[in-house]
Design a protein around this ligand. Structure first.
Ligand code: FES
Length: 71
């Protein structure tokens, strides 16, 4: 039995090698021992993770009526 491992806010780790058929008909293959599949859709090499999920996002702030910002 193969073990798939979800990571917090990151990729799905699957044992390789893998062949992935995408909805548009393209096929992606990897011969790695463990393959990281992108779940965030930010990867430039989708369906594989390129660690783009790690990039920090600017924290959301609210502007108060007095013009100051609240995190
Ligand atoms: S999960 Fe890593 S780039 Fe999407």
């Amino acid at each position: 039995m193969k073990c798939l491992r979800y990571t917090a806010d990151g990729p799905l780790l699957v044992p390789g090698p893998v062949r992935i058929e995408l909805p548009d008909g393209t096929v992606a293959e990897s011969d790695r021992v463990t393959v990281a599949l992108c779940l965030c859709r930010r990867s430039r090499i989708f369906p594989f993770c390129d660690t783009s999920h790690r990039r920090k996002r600017k924290p959301r702030t609210e502007r108060r009526q007095d013009g100051t910002e609240k995190a």
